[in-house]
Design a protein around this ligand. Sequence first.
Ligand code: SF4
Ligand code: FES
Length: 231
Amino acid sequence: MIHLTIDNKPIEVPEGRTLLEACREHDIHIPTLCYHPALEPYGACRLCMVELSQPGRTPRLVASCVYPCEEGAVVKTKSEIVVRSRRMTTELLLASAYNTPEIQALAEELGVKEVRFKVDKENACVLCGLCVRACQEIVGVSAISVIERGIAKKVAAPFEVQSSRCIGCGTCVLICPTGAFQFESVAGFQYASPQESAHRLGYYHLGSELDLRPNFVKDITGLLRTPSEEE
Ligand code: SF4
Ligand code: FES
């Protein structure tokens, strides 16, 4: 077992737990966006930052979803620097996904009322990577990926051409926290249709596979259900 202190409480967790998992097991709330318990942690959104102090080291901010619990660590989840970091991250998210209810709720939770940044175009995709990882890790298809770099970064099918690997299961739609991926019905078929046209290229209609889809989606939905939803 590993012994650490979180928000002045001594805590004991089995080896291999991340700080976020330890906090959740002890009812300590940490906001997250790119984390899902059914997927490998990714560390993309930086909302889950906590302040970590270890013997002989300067205290620093770490992403709790990817950082392992270590013996003797002292963690603060609500210190001033943590709150400032989360607010800044939320402000940046809000600058581009300003019409997204999930991001608005996050801003409300963290008390972010003003946005100092301006972007040319709204984009509900916050590049959390959940859709890409779910497609790879749960469906085993890898029909989409994060492409380009910097401000051009986006989710799309490889080379932005229609992916023959996509089976139209809709897992990306189910897991997307911001609604950037959405279902739409076209000519009787269900397509996964993200707002950005680049995403759309990754999908093709199901044809003869259509009959298999309801069960497949049900299985996937079960996998994506979080432990709290199962209770
Ligand atoms: S489309 Fe949704 S799930 Fe995929 S990276 Fe963007 S916000 Fe995340
Ligand atoms: S939840 Fe940890 S970086 Fe996104």
